[in-house]
Design a protein around this ligand. Structure first.
Ligand code: ADP
Ligand code: MG
Length: 398
């Protein structure tokens, strides 16, 4: 592409103004770019710290036109932004990732079909369009998890179903709320662990990745991420990275992509890991990669900026093993509904504590308010300080 790499002073844009866009904006600004955010919320975390904040809906023609005229390149911070908005912008300005990749990532059925095409194992599943298809569900998909194919995140739009009666009830409930909803029933797999790979792929196909992350979810929301060398057997790590690369390449992907995996239990022997199964992709920087700001020599947000600006991608090096804790609104609400500020001074007295608060004024249960990364010379030490921080904040030990 002509005009690349973009010169400092150029404006980079993002659709969506949440915490991901805020941390991306920090990275863009530290490389000398101006940042522009399109988000209808006047108090959006990224809007508050960007050079320009266009406050319109994602499909507003004037908002999109303004974005295109301001920006030399545009990205998105979440997959539920209408792919149509990206498609419209793409007529006027380079967009990464492109709308076709985002379309796949925002629909669990298309996503699963893509994984199958790439030859990466997935959970047994079946797409359900209407109630008449329930009778055709094979017995071995139960117990399962019923998920809406679109708009689910942080465990929302999902129901655990143990038998056919529960499946029918959950499906009816979802369809009553939205008659056009399409669902996917996934077999509930016996998980030994969860992990993710965050990669960045340039327009020329050159791909780099963060070190593999192991993730603990609670109630469908990421709670704890740990990153250290050889967290998983070398063969598992390289399979995860190779699978993530294949998934990105076959989407002709440009930008930062996260691929989430399940590691299954091996039924035969305790403490050995079973097969790796891909769960889902996020076409953007991901919560499990937030640690990279403090633990790696290049962060996932800087990688996204480099992809957009046509700058070189270097392989991130983990300089500090770390544990990342998500800080949900619950921590502000230990006594019911009257919010109480957590004791940040006590947390910041811990060595290697890196606190990131997203500037959200209202704490709500389950709302991501910030994250805390604990870095150390070794993972044992990082875990120890993370457990101390968890104790101070009221996060249950893991
Ligand atoms: P979201 O888009 O909300 O992140 P996921 O599909 O990643 O949705 O599900 C959230 C979490 O629920 C996963 O990280 C995992 O802990 C659990 N989960 C999802 N699908 C399955 C499955 N098929 N078997 C077992 N656990 C699952
Ligand atoms: Mg997920």
């Amino acid at each position: 592409m002509n005009g690349l790499p973009l010169k400092p002073g150029a404006t980079l844009g993002v659709l969506g103004g949440g915490q991901l866009a805020r941390m991306w904006s920090h990275a863009a600004q530290s490389l000398g770019y101006r940042s522009a955010v399109l988000d209808p919320d006047p108090h959006s975390p990224a809007g508050l710290i960007s050079h320009a904040h266009i406050q319109t809906g994602y499909l507003d023609p004037q908002g999109l036109a303004q974005m295109a005229s301001l920006c030399a390149a545009v990205t998105t911070e979440f997959e539920n932004v209408p792919a149509e908005a990206l498609a419209q912008l793409q007529q006027l300005v380079p967009v990464a990732p492109g709308p076709s990749a985002v379309r796949v990532a925002q629909d669990r059925a298309l996503e699963k079909a893509h994984f199958v095409r790439c030859g990466v194992p997935v959970a047994p599943h079946r797409v359900l369009h209407d109630a008449s298809e329930l009778a055709q569900v094979q017995d071995d998909l139960l117990p399962g998890i019923l998920k809406t194919t679109r708009l689910g995140y942080d465990g929302k739009g999902q129901a655990q179903v143990n038998n056919r009666a529960e499946l029918a009830a959950a499906f009816t409930q979802l369809q009553n709320a939205d008659p056009s909803v399409v669902c996917i029933l996934e077999k509930r797999l016996p998980l030994a662990a969860e992990c993710s790979v965050v990669l960045a792929r340039g327009a020329d196909g050159h791909t780099v990745h963060l070190p593999l992350q192991t993730n603990l979810h609670r109630g469908g929301i990421l709670a704890v991420t740990e990153v250290f060398d050889a967290a998983l057997p070398a063969a598992t790590e390289s399979l995860a990275i190779q699978s993530a690369d294949d998934i990105a390449r076959q989407l002709d992907y440009t930008g930062v992509l996260c691929v989430e995996f399940f590691l299954l239990q091996d039924g035969s022997e305790k403490d050995t890991l079973g097969p790796l199964v891909v769960n889902e992709i996020a076409p953007r920087p991901h919560n499990s990669g937030h640690h990279s700001i403090n633990s790696c020599d290049v962060s996932q947000f800087e990688l996204q900026v480099r992809c957009m600006a046509g700058l070189p991608l270097t392989m991130p090096r983990l300089h500090s093993p770390c544990v990342m804790l998500n800080l949900l609104g619950d921590l502000w609400l230990p006594h019911g509904d009257s919010p109480l500020e957590p004791d940040w001074a006590a947390v910041l007295a811990l060595p290697g504590a890196h606190l990131h608060l997203y500037g959200k004024t209202e704490a709500r249960r389950g709302r991501k308010m910030g994250h805390l990364t604990l870095t150390a010379a070794g993972i044992a030490e990082a875990r120890q300080t993370a457990l101390k921080a968890a104790g101070i904040l009221g996060i249950a030990p893991w």
